[in-house]
Design a protein. Structure first.
Ligand SMILES: [Zn+2]
Ligand SMILES: [Zn+2]
Length: 432
């Protein structure tokens, strides 16, 4: 049959466009077997059946069409929209992932110069934005599963690529969550495996910094994952408890208010160990975190998440206190001040929370919804303005401190471990 032209549809092609709205997969499958059916046919606006299915949020239909050879990167649409853009607009993160897995290009822009992630952000589909921004093709990990150059062995045993990819793709950077992910995959729970995995993360971090269009965000994420894996490794070498005590130590709250100071210190440490001192992203993170006393807002975790994941990190309030998953609905029934995604997460945190639970219960005078993020959620425009003012004030203060400290980031975050290991980054103009 001829190459598809806009609006030139056979009877079967018209019929399948009708079926997509209804989501009738089995009828669609019959139509796809017809002689007069082209899976990449175009309606009068240049939309393929896959674009329709993505936009209407029909996951099974998308699967079926992709199986029949639908072109995920077709962009004959009158305004240059792709199937990935339609998936992002629909707000379906599963369909967005499916398009990415099928090889959708993330950098393609529509007729007004917007990428799929930017379009999804524009309509407030922040889950889809973070899925797109965090997409990491499995092939980039699989590359390390065959020996390269002079190597006799691959850097990454093939069996580890799957579990590691799962960690790389996570949009929740909470260190507890990441340790739980390691704990949940038996293949990773061994010193040798962790060594190999963090080695590959370090190599990827380097790659991201070297490549032509340098990707500092991805580099920072790879580095952060490497730090978490190294932390797990150090722990496993000390004891054979499947990381239980590591989870506990990350959830150990400060006596006075339950603040997770070990997590705060860990994340600050990870940031200061970033291997590329000149990176603008590193400077930005340090400026935001350095002036903040441990225990105050913003936490290093929120600053890091914001930088790597975008604004969704700030506008959504209901995070699980233990693992950082969003959409946590269960509150501590006594103090009502902490939220969890599951009973398991509440149990994990209880050993630490019980020390402050009754103190947290005492109601503050007028507004008992004290946590900053929750208080701001009701009015997002206020949130944006206040956050901007807040961060600007922080930057000014940090700038003064950066100058005072001779421009090196390590001292600013006050991490004891970095001074023990020497400065992270040597600068020529710095005198000891
Ligand atoms: Zn949780
Ligand atoms: Zn409580």
């Amino acid at each position: 049959m001829a190459a598809p032209q806009k609006g030139d549809l056979s009877a079967s092609e018209r019929a399948i466009l009708e079926l997509i709205s209804a989501g009738d997969v089995s009828e669609a499958e019959k139509l796809l077997a017809n002689q007069d059916m082209r899976v990449n046919c175009l309606d009068e606006f240049g939309m393929t059946p896959l674009m329709h299915a993505a936009y209407k949020g029909k996951a099974h239909m998308c699967q079926l069409l992709l199986r029949h050879g639908a072109d995920v990167n077709c962009n004959q649409h009158e305004y240059g929209y792709t199937a990935l853009m339609f998936a992002g607009l629909s707000g379906k993160s599963d369909i967005t992932t499916m398009m990415l897995d099928a090889g959708a290009e993330v950098d393609v822009v529509n007729s007004v110069g917007r990428t799929a992630a930017q379009m999804a952000a524009f309509v407030g589909q922040h889950d889809c934005v973070s899925v797109i921004n965090n997409f990491f093709p499995r092939a980039r990990l699989d590359y390390f599963t065959t020996p390269q150059g002079q190597d006799m062995e691959p850097k990454l045993p093939p069996k580890l690529a799957g579990p590691l990819h799962k960690i790389v793709m996570t949009t929740n950077l909470n260190p507890v969550k990441m340790v739980l992910l390691v704990q949940g995959s038996p293949l990773l729970l061994a010193a040798e495996a962790l060594e190999q995995c963090y080695g590959v993360m370090d190599l990827l971090c380097e790659q991201c910094l070297r490549q032509q269009d340098m990707n500092e965000v991805l580099a920072m994420k790879m580095h952060y994952i490497s730090c978490v894996l190294q932390r797990c490794l150090t722990h496993l070498r000390g004891r054979d408890d499947h990381l239980d005590a590591l989870v506990m130590s990350l959830l150990e709250g400060r006596d006075s208010d339950g603040f997770l100071q070990n997590q705060e210190k860990f994340i600050r440490e990870c940031i200061t160990k970033f291997p590329h001192c000149e990176a603008a992203l590193l400077q930005q993170l340090v400026k935001s975190i350095a002036p903040v006393e441990i225990g105050d807002d913003p936490t290093a975790f929120s600053v890091l998440t914001q930088a790597l994941m975008g604004q969704m990190a700030l506008v959504d309030a209901d995070f699980c206190f233990t693992c950082g998953e969003r959409g946590a609905k269960k509150r501590c029934s006594y103090c009502k001040s902490v939220t969890y995604c599951s009973v398991a997460c509440q149990r994990l945190h209880w050993f630490s929370h019980k020390k402050v639970c009754s103190a947290l219960r005492a109601p503050p005078v007028a507004n008992h919804d004290t946590p900053r993020i929750r208080e701001l959620k009701d009015d997002e425009s206020d949130l944006v303005r206040e956050t901007a003012n807040f961060l600007q004030a922080l930057c000014v203060r940090a700038e003064e401190q950066v100058v005072a400290a001779g421009g090196c980031t390590a001292e600013l975050l006050g991490c004891p471990s970095t001074s023990a290991q020497g400065p992270v980054c040597e600068r020529e103009d710095q005198q000891p």
